[in-house]
Design a binder for this molecule. Structure first.
Ligand code: GDG
Length: 472
């Protein structure tokens, strides 16, 4: 640490900085706050403490000096084009992502990708090690950076380290496939607190620690004998959303008018069903479309009465599995629309685009049912956003049992998306649900989300970290 570098008492490390680099009106470079759960979750925390954020700016080979944006000190980490390909698209998104989502797609194991993952994790750890103040706190985020906690502890044993895992942690039988399974566990155990979305994720992690590393686990606590004996707490901290923008937008007359306009634009069907996902194989988009197509084929619904709007925002477009998934979904949508559309009505309005949040909330308000049919999902924030937006107490949430959100949102219509008949029945239940039952369920869902928002989540996690720090 050089004495001239200002240090921060609180540092966040995440793969991405919370800003996007975009061209301004005169071709100059400007930074725009990036959308997404993590940023919204951490922004209030960052602005209330002396904090800094370590992350990648989202473009390869960009060598940037530290800068401040919207009151947040940003410490950029440079990734080369090769790093992006091997550490990010490769190991993070084509090895860990499919393995941790129950191998819905086959994980690719490549030794060069692992080497890049180690190399880039070290770079993040070093950046944070030189930025954090003596005795400060560091909060590491997500599966791209699982080795950072131990790498940071080695360099800065004075610092309190938290890690939060946004995606599932798989059962040991699957986890054991990973050729670097012990190194990843050791990386995570560098943290004082390891947070997961669901209790089951924490249990899976603790089982792996016990079985692979033979460490002593009692309840949610692991005794780590090396590097000065210490304990690590691993438990669930279910993430949530910043509810304010959703309740505020849902109350705005222009957003409500837009919701009515969307309904008219679709030919005023009796019911609008909605799916909103990154185009990702974990989200169960194909299963949803298949179930919907069969309901039309069987005449249980008609395009005059029911339309499915599917927003599939572009994601990871350079990873093969995503290219293939897009082809499959677009073929399925085109077939169903070809068979069922009329001049005035469409079966599926498919949008491979991202939209501003105003438009998303208008869609939430227009949707009589929200279909969240993920095959595996750490939490799923869309489910919570839909509930937050429905201050009119209307609308039905159809929710996969395989999401973290299903642990909390028990008043949803819960489904197993692998069971296509069950999924069809759940869609019909949503289409036919009487208003009184909708509002009884929606009231309970909203209560849960509004009371357990993202501020409660970060407060809980930071309190757990503070407990560790004060016990030192
Ligand atoms: C990971 C975990 C966990 C999507 N399209 C548009 C848009 N979105 C927004 C949604 C929501 C967010 O993106 C997606 O969050 P999810 O939770 O649904 O899913 P992942 O991206 O996979 O997130 C997940 C999360 O991390 C947090 O820990 O819940 O399980 O996989 O906020 O609204 N937003 C806008 N336009 C779009 O087109 N504005």
């Amino acid at each position: 640490m050089t004495s001239s570098t200002p240090t921060a008492s609180f540092v966040i490390i995440a793969n991405r900085l919370p800003v996007d680099r975009v061209p301004g009106p005169d071709g100059e470079v400007i930074w725009r706050r990036s959308p997404g759960g993590l940023v919204a979750a951490l922004e209030p925390v960052m602005q209330s403490v002396d904090g800094a954020w370590v992350g990648w700016a989202g473009q390869p080979d960009l060598d940037l000096k530290p800068f401040t944006e919207d009151g947040i000190r940003l410490l950029p980490v440079t990734l080369s084009a090769q790093d992006v390909e091997e550490y990010y698209e490769g190991f993070s998104n084509d090895t860990i992502w499919p393995l941790y989502h129950d191998v819905i797609s086959s994980p690719q194991y490549h030794r060069e990708w692992w080497d890049a993952y180690v190399r880039v994790n070290r770079r993040f750890a070093e950046r944070a090690a030189s930025a954090v103040a003596e005795g400060g706190t560091v909060w590491v985020h997500d599966y791209q950076l699982q080795l950072v906690p131990a790498m940071l502890r080695e360099r800065r044993p004075d610092v309190t380290i938290g890690y939060f895992h946004h995606i599932p942690f798989p059962a040991h039988g699957l986890y054991a496939q990973l050729p670097w399974r012990d190194q990843v566990l050791q990386g995570l155990l560098g943290a004082d607190v390891v947070g997961f979305q669901r209790a089951q994720d924490a249990t899976n992690f603790l089982t792996a620690v016990r079985r692979r590393l033979r460490l002593d686990v009692k309840g949610s606590t692991v005794s780590v004998p090396y590097g000065g004996p210490r304990t690590v707490v691993a438990r669930a901290f279910p993430i949530s959303i910043d509810t304010t923008p959703y309740t505020e937008l849902a109350a705005r007359p222009d957003v409500r008018a837009r919701a009515a306009e969307i309904r008219e634009g679709l030919g005023s069907p009796k019911k609008i069903l909605l799916g909103v996902d990154r185009l990702d194989y974990t989200k169960g988009i194909r299963h949803r479309i298949k179930a919907f197509g069969e309901l039309l084929d069987e005449g249980r619904i008609s395009v005059e009465d029911v339309t499915l709007v599917q927003v599939a925002s572009p994601s990871r477009e350079r990873v093969d599995a995503y290219v293939q998934l897009r082809d499959e979904i677009e073929l399925a949508v085109a077939r169903i629309n070809g068979d069922h559309d009329t001049m005035d009505h469409t079966a599926i309005r498919y949008l491979h685009q991202g939209f501003p949040r105003e438009e998303m909330v208008a869609l939430y308000l227009a949707a009589d049912a929200m279909l969240v049919t993920a095959l595996r999902d750490g939490m799923n924030l869309v489910a919570k956003e839909y509930a937050a937006a429905r201050s009119d107490q209307r609308g039905v949430l159809v929710l996969s049992e395989f999401t973290g959100a299903a642990d909390e949102l028990r008043q949803a219509v819960l489904v197993n998306p692998h069971d296509i008949e069950g999924l069809k029945d759940a869609i019909m239940q949503a289409v036919e649900m009487p208003p009184r039952e909708q509002s009884r369920r929606m009231r309970a869902l909203r209560k849960r989300v509004l009371e357990n928002d993202v501020n409660a989540w970060s407060r809980d996690f930071l309190a757990a970290l503070e407990n560790v720090r004060s016990a030192r």
